[in-house]
Write a protein that binds this ligand. Structure first.
Ligand SMILES: Cc1cc2nc3c(=O)[nH]c(=O)nc-3n(C[C@H](O)[C@H](O)[C@H](O)COP(=O)(O)OP(=O)(O)OC[C@H]3O[C@@H](n4cnc5c(N)ncnc54)[C@H](O)[C@@H]3O)c2cc1C
Length: 416
């Protein structure tokens, strides 16, 4: 059923009796052309584009829990395409363009809000680095604007400009960046994929792979064996655990990242703001809560909850740039499992096992990538060849030394 203003009016006048479920609850079939493991944003987007763009409709998305229960519903909702390296920028800019038309495309309100993002800088060296990044973005077709202190003061008067250690000197703005309601993205892609005939099967955990003579023939699940001509893994923080069942050890570590929401406040922050001298990023939700986060917890874990030292660290970052945040009460916090790769960039690739594909390594930046990740993974599955903007996201890039290390940190997954 199509959602529209007219439909809301019609349903309102007739007692809201004929709304249909957003997606079906089908029993798994014995065999599919493509099985996607993981009903997060990326898995659902892959199913959506596979069915919509490539006409591959005999597809199942197997989700061990419920749609939206993973990182897609746990992130701080920031989208942007302010990357610098050639392997990344075109991919993230494709994602931004897909975000821009997504609600009309899948007929769902995902509250895409291009309210802008400003990365603050605090010294001359950092300004030069941001100028370089901005130029690289513009050359790749994205938008970027370098703002001086005066311009930032006009937009964000509440910042602590005279902080003794981290005075705010300016910022790099991307006006097309912003926020998107995270779980609505999962629901919109799920509904769109279901409409195209994809089976979305919740409460169905993959517990093993059926691999014979180097060919993947299907998966074992808590609801029985399911055959698949192609099996596409897309489980984000569980990547290491799931691929180990196929005998693969990945260049990925799993870490916890926390998010925080304050009590509802009157509108104060116009867009997304990030601290340049520590790890802190903040925006304000439409309900008024300040939504913010910082560093990962710093130890490997599959637990979807964090610990108090990081709460303190993140709040200190907030206090350094906007001391008024100290007056707001913290309402909620939660954690998600991050698939941290060795160079901070993801993988969208075939594996050495025929018919088995892998998508992961999104670190804590995979939400903004959701549409492009699905788009490019669907392209790979349909054509058996990488999409041009994702061709550097290979699993073997460490053998050839072609790292995509945006932050220049080296093989330190906890620092990307
Ligand atoms: C606190 C936090 C803040 C973040 N902030 C941002 C941000 O502001 N901007 C940004 O771009 N990114 C952000 N991210 C990162 C982003 O959320 C993730 O990179 C992205 O959501 C990962 O892709 P996904 O949506 O497919 O993952 P998920 O939603 O985690 O999907 C993976 C799914 O696989 C399922 N699964 C796992 N194992 C199995 C199995 N054996 N069988 C079946 N199903 C299985 C899981 O249940 C899960 O639903 C943040 C993440 C967190 C946790």
């Amino acid at each position: 059923m199509r959602y529209s203003a007219l439909e809301i009016l019609k349903q309102g006048l007739t007692g809201n009796k004929t709304w249909k479920p957003a997606w079906r609850d089908p029993e798994p079939k014995a065999e599919y052309d493509v099985i996607i493991i993981g009903g997060g944003g990326h898995g659902l987007a892959t199913a959506y584009y596979l069915s919509k763009k490539h006409g591959v409709r005999n597809v199942a998305v197997l989700e061990k829990g419920w749609i939206g229960g993973g990182n897609v519903g746990r992130n701080t909702t920031i989208v942007r395409s302010n990357y610098m390296l050639p392997g990344n920028e075109h991919f993230y800019e494709l994602s931004m363009k897909l975000w821009e038309g997504l609600e009309q495309d899948f007929n769902y309100n995902a509250m895409i809000s291009q309210r802008g993002i400003i990365n603050l800088f605090h010294n001359d060296n950092q300004r030069d680095v941001y100028a370089r990044r901005g130029n690289a973005m513009i050359m790749a077709g994205a938008d970027a604007e370098l703002l001086d202190e005066e311009a930032i003061r006009k937009e964000l008067p509440f910042l602590d400009y005279d902080n003794a250690r981290f005075p705010v000197k300016g910022g790099l703005a991307q006006r097309r960046g912003g926020t998107v309601r995270h779980d609505a993205v999962a629901w919109g892609f799920a509904r769109g994929a279901d409409e195209n005939g994809v089976d979305i099967i919740q409460n169905c955990e993959v517990t093993g792979f059926d691999i014979k003579d180097g060919i993947c023939l299907g998966v074992e699940t808590t609801r029985g064996r399911i055959g698949g001509k192609k099996v596409a893994v897309c489980v984000a923080g569980s990547s290491g655990h799931v691929m180990a069942m196929a005998g693969m050890r990945l260049p990925i570590e799993s870490h916890v990242l926390q998010a925080f929401v304050s009590e509802g406040l009157k509108p104060v922050i116009p867009g997304v703001v990030t601290f340049g001298a520590g790890h802190f990023y903040v925006s304000q939700s439409d309900k008024g809560g300040l939504v913010f986060g910082g560093d990962i917890d710093g130890y490997n874990s599959y637990a979807q909850r964090g610990n108090l030292p990081v709460v303190e660290d993140v709040c200190e970052g907030g206090m350094a740039i906007m001391p008024m945040i100290g007056k707001a009460r913290l309402l909620r916090s939660w954690g998600g499992i991050m698939d941290m790769s060795m160079d901070g960039s993801p993988y969208i690739d075939k594996t050495h096992i025929d018919g088995l594909y892998f998508n992961g390594g999104w670190c804590y930046g995979g939400f903004k990538a959701t549409p492009a990740s699905g788009y490019c993974y669907a392209h790979l599955l349909a054509n058996n060849a990488p999409h041009p903007v994702a061709k550097e996201y290979r699993l073997d890039r460490f053998i050839s030394g072609k790292m995509i290390d945006e932050k220049g940190m080296g093989a330190q997954p906890n620092l990307h």
